[in-house]
Design a protein around this ligand. Structure first.
Ligand code: FES
Length: 104
């Protein structure tokens, strides 16, 4: 387990996303109705900046800004073409008021 700091919990309210970096890895950390999820900021279709696109916080769907694939934020599953493969997901927790993502 390797935890990296994302931000203080009050800076990531429901309906928002923060992108954090660990070396070459970028992860979008989403707050969906008070639950936190980590999704790799790299689309499985053609490496698009997935977490920099729009997302639907109610349905938990990220929309790739490059070609429009819909990705389930909670599971990483590809829901629509042109993405087929799942996107990596990461565990998120709050410790001492700080949001942290586990990059393994
Ligand atoms: S890179 Fe995301 S849909 Fe093509």
């Amino acid at each position: 387990m390797a935890l990296i700091d994302v931000c203080p919990v009050e800076e990531l309210p429901p309906g928002h996303v923060k992108i954090v970096f660990a070396g070459t890895l970028a992860i979008g950390v989403y707050n969906l109705g008070g639950e936190l999820f980590g999704l790799e900021d790299r689309c499985s279709h053609d490496d698009g900046p997935l977490c920099e696109g729009d997302f639907d916080p109610d349905d938990g769907i990220a929309i790739c800004p490059r070609h429009g694939a819909n990705i389930d934020i909670r599971s990483g599953r590809a829901l629509t073409l042109p993405a087929v493969d799942a996107v990596a997901t990461y565990g998120v927790r709050v410790e001492d008021g700080m949001v942290k993502v586990d990059i393994g």
